[in-house]
Design a protein around this ligand. Structure first.
Ligand code: CMP
Length: 143
């Protein structure tokens, strides 16, 4: 079993899409391990997206992520990282396959509704960043 970090970004929260996104993960068969609605500060946003620090859109990305609440989640399942990215779809909604979250709910690469970890290392790092490194069984996690 594998765990991955998934985050509904401020555009998804503002548009009332948390329920639709959670439903898709549940329908696929993932197990919800942890979930919290939260505001994130610039330090956390910059650490989360550290690999994009040199990209021209980095400032815009941090502004966007700190513009409203996000819903941070940990989901578990076989090949959870790749399977979650399959559900989420390509980074650019214009290139995402129909039926994926980004294809169905988003139009713009900078407001693409949801984030999913892209590797085992990223998943472990991102879960640690958003859930204080807590490991099951912990307060935030199902035993
Ligand atoms: P995400 O999967 O959360 O990871 C990095 C994010 O950077 C990505 O989703 C996009 O929202 C954003 N991003 C990637 N490329 C661009 C771009 N060219 N312009 C603006 N934002 C981008």
């Amino acid at each position: 079993m594998e765990r991955t970090f998934v985050m509904v970004k401020p555009d998804g929260v503002k548009r009332g899409l948390i329920g639709s996104i959670v439903t898709r993960f549940e329908q696929k068969g993932f197990l919800l391990i942890a979930m919290k609605l939260m505001s994130i500060d610039r330090t956390l946003a910059e650490r989360h997206y550290g690999e994009h620090r040199e990209k021209p859109f980095f400032g815009e990305l941090v502004d966007f992520l700190t513009s409203g609440q996000v819903c941070a989640m940990v989901w578990e399942g076989p090949n959870a990282i790749a399977n979650a990215r399959g559900l989420i779809g390509s980074t650019n909604p214009a290139e995402a396959s129909p039926g994926t979250i980004r294809a169905d709910f988003a139009l713009d690469i900078s407001s693409n509704i949801v984030h999913g970890s892209d590797s085992l290392e990223s998943a472990q790092r991102e879960i640690g960043l958003f859930f204080d490194g807590a490991q099951p069984p912990g307060l935030l996690f199902r035993a």
